[in-house]
Design a protein around this ligand. Structure first.
Ligand SMILES: [Mn+2]
Length: 322
């Protein structure tokens, strides 16, 4: 028998995507996430993966050299919506990587639904809301299908956001065990399963109160660009940046020095400058960086971080219209 593993992102879309794959496509497979805030596998992981005949990587663009190492012993399938060049010798299911429009493939759960011709279901929707938040309805063709499902199931929209936030809180508090357990538990696609899980609800409460604390602090705005310093042990820098930039319509740099002891999380959103080229620059210098249109996330050693933050702020401030 083929032994298979699904490696998935730790957020709501990654968990939902893994759950959909377990339920509909690879019921015998195991699932796992590295969940260390960095989408890169180390040598121990690679050696462990040798035991698997087939490795499915979903909602997480891990480096090409990791894929090459896995390919030496296993078959590889990628199912994703992150910006990524098509990779040879593997099954590459990533419409965005093949040049399709981001708005038509807003999350990995939607890529899976389309590719395997699955119905719209709670897991598909949680993936979408997890990645797109209040912009989940930006594609009317997709959103009308979601609304039809909600009507049929009798689920309210605010309840969906609540369910999604619960699922998405597990990685934010660093509960990797819960993240890995979630795709198995969620296959019943029942809102009650999510709401009644006390461990998950505790994670949710912790995240919400920390966000409330951080978002109530006063804002530093330099030249129309928000500069936000955090010191939190929770993995919420991207969410803080997202919330602040959407509520103010300003570009933002958010910096968290509290998650890693030896590295700094930096997250930026801009509607004005090309953050993708900055992401490529960091990657070419050997640093971890991820992103999509208008979004950049990176984790830098403390020694490099201040210089980079200055550079980024300068670039953003220089492009504000006078
Ligand atoms: Mn995603």
């Amino acid at each position: 028998m083929c032994r298979g593993l699904i490696i998935h992102h730790w957020d709501a879309d990654g968990i939902s995507s893994a759950a959909l794959l377990l339920k509909h496509v690879y019921p015998e497979y195991e699932n796992w996430t590295p969940n260390r805030g960095i989408r890169r596998l180390d040598q121990d992981h690679i050696e462990w993966l040798v035991d698997f005949d087939h490795v499915v990587i979903t909602d997480m663009a891990i480096p090409k050299e990791n894929i090459d190492s896995i390919l030496e012993s296993s078959e590889v399938t990628i199912i994703d919506h992150h910006i990524q060049k098509p990779i040879q010798n593997i099954e590459f299911i990533n419409p965005i990587g093949r040049g399709k429009n981001v708005i038509d493939y807003p999350c990995t759960s939607w890529v899976i639904k389309e590719h395997f011709d699955l119905p719209v279901s709670l897991l598909v929707i949680i993936g979408l809301i997890g990645d797109r938040l209040h912009k989940a309805d930006e594609n009317p063709l997709i959103w009308s299908q979601i609304e039809k499902n909600l009507e049929n199931e009798g689920t309210r929209k605010d309840e969906l956001y609540f369910l999604t936030r619960i699922v998405d809180s597990l990685h934010k508090i660093g509960d990797i065990e819960a993240v890995i357990e979630a795709p198995k538990v969620l296959q019943d696609e029942s809102p009650e399963t999510i709401k009644k899980n006390m461990r998950w609800r505790k994670a949710y409460n912790l995240v919400e109160s920390e966000l409330e604390r951080i978002l109530s602090e006063s804002l530093e705005i330099r030249n129309e660009v928000i500069y936000k310093e955090l010191d939190t042990k929770l993995n919420i820098v991207s969410e803080v940046a997202k919330k602040l930039s959407w509520s103010t319509s300003k570009d933002i740099v958010a910096v968290n020095r509290g998650y890693f002891t030896d590295r700094v999380q930096i997250y930026s959103r801009s509607t004005r400058i090309d953050l993708l080229s900055i992401m490529l620059m960091l990657q070419s210098e050997g640093y971890f960086a991820t992103g999509k249109q208008g979004v950049l996330g990176t984790v830098l050693p403390i020694s490099k971080s201040n210089q980079f933050i200055d550079y980024l702020m300068q670039r953003l401030c220089a492009h504000i219209d006078p």
